[in-house]
Design a protein around this ligand. Structure first.
Ligand code: AMP
Ligand code: MG
Length: 339
């Protein structure tokens, strides 16, 4: 299959809409990362997403809508908490897990009786949903296990020959995938941290948001993942990544002691020049927003430079940094050391 990369125009949006209605795949920019879209109602179309990505069949997809009316048929009920959070954060990078409606294919939800739904703020996604009338399932546009792409070039690197169209809408602003919150249980539960933070949602809900244990630690043997995606190694470059906790000075000494052929540093802005090995910088220290924006490109840059072993500076664990830490520990296959 030939993969076309087209700039965003009225014609390319119309083509994307046509492809979606024909049960084909379209890769497109969202405010979080680039996604691969298919009609969420059409099981055969959604199956193509799993094939293109090599994604495990038991990992459900998020359904993207535009306008609250589109929830009809997608969910059976909009819990009160979901209404409040939608008012505060939609359109935006928040996914809510709700009771699944009759129109969503089994394939989209990996057979679960719940569905993750989000209303994106990116104008290109909104235009494609409006032009097609299709609520689409869309995971990140990477090969399963690799870092998510935040631009059309990285999307093409993974998806060339696997789908007919990539819409090039420039760099994704947020840089990490949406926050995923379950609102079906007794208490709201964070399943994946993102740009919309636990603290922000608690302020709107006026109650505590529980944090699923799998977010910041490895699941124990036999433990059940509430969000199936959490159990997989993910976001990983080819290099072996280790997170190094501690001050910059402790980190620098650690890297010094482990320097050698193929060893790279993944550090914060302005630190690279003071390190004894080559480095990629991924945002400002103490600033989860800039780290989220740069993380996935930085991981791909390490591969492009042939890095074999990577020592990464450790992000904080609250606010948007929780999302960065969550992605980085998976990229590091949970290898964390204290310097
Ligand atoms: P991705 O499509 O790569 O952005 O990943 C979507 C994430 O949302 C995965 O971690 C899924 O496990 C999670 N997710 C999607 N739908 C559900 C659901 N119905 N229940 C729990 N988690 C979900
Ligand atoms: Mg993904």
């Amino acid at each position: 299959m030939r993969t076309q990369v087209l700039p965003v125009t009225e014609e390319s949006i119309a083509l994307a809409a046509r492809l979606l209605n024909q049960g084909e795949l379209v890769a497109l920019p969202t405010e979080t990362v680039y996604g691969i879209a298919a009609d969420a109602r059409n099981g055969a179309a959604v199956r193509k997403i799993f094939e293109a990505k090599g994604r495990p069949q038991d990992n459900p997809l998020i359904v993207h809508i535009y306008g609250m009316e589109m929830l009809h048929g997608i969910v059976t009920q909009v819990p009160v908490r979901a209404r409040k959070l939608a008012e505060a954060f939609w359109p935006g990078p928040l996914t809510m897990v709700m009771p699944r409606g009759p129109e969503v294919s089994d394939v989209t939800c990996a057979g679960l009786d719940t569905v993750g739904v989000r209303m994106p703020s990116h104008p290109v996604v909104q235009a494609v949903i409006q032009a097609s009338g299709v609520a689409f399932a869309a995971p990140s546009a990477n090969l399963s296990g690799k870092p998510s792409p935040t631009n059309a070039q990285d999307t093409l690197a993974d998806m060339d020959g696997r789908l007919p169209l990539i819409l090039d809408g420039g760099e994704s602003n947020v840089g990490v995938e949406s926050t995923v919150l379950s609102v079906v249980g007794e208490h709201p539960m964070l399943l994946r941290p993102g740009y919309i933070t636990k603290e922000q949602m608690e302020a709107v809900l006026g109650e505590e948001v529980l944090v699923s244990p799998a977010i910041l630690e490895k699941l124990k043997e036999g433990e059940i993942a509430r969000s199936p995606g959490m159990k997989y190694k993910h976001y990983a470059p080819k290099a072996q990544v280790t997170i190094v906790q501690g001050s910059f000075d402790a980190y620098r000494r650690y890297v010094q002691a482990h320097a050698g052929e193929g060893v790279w540093a993944l550090c914060f802005d302005g630190e690279g020049a003071r390190l004894p090995v080559p480095s990629i910088e991924y945002g400002k220290n103490h600033d989860g927003v800039t780290q989220a924006h740069h993380l996935f490109t930085a991981l791909r840059d390490l591969d492009r430079n042939g890095a074999q072993i990577v020592y990464a500076r450790c992000p904080e664990q609250d606010g948007v940094s929780m999302a960065v830490y969550n992605r980085l520990i998976r990229a590091a296959a949970f290898r964390v050391v204290t310097a």
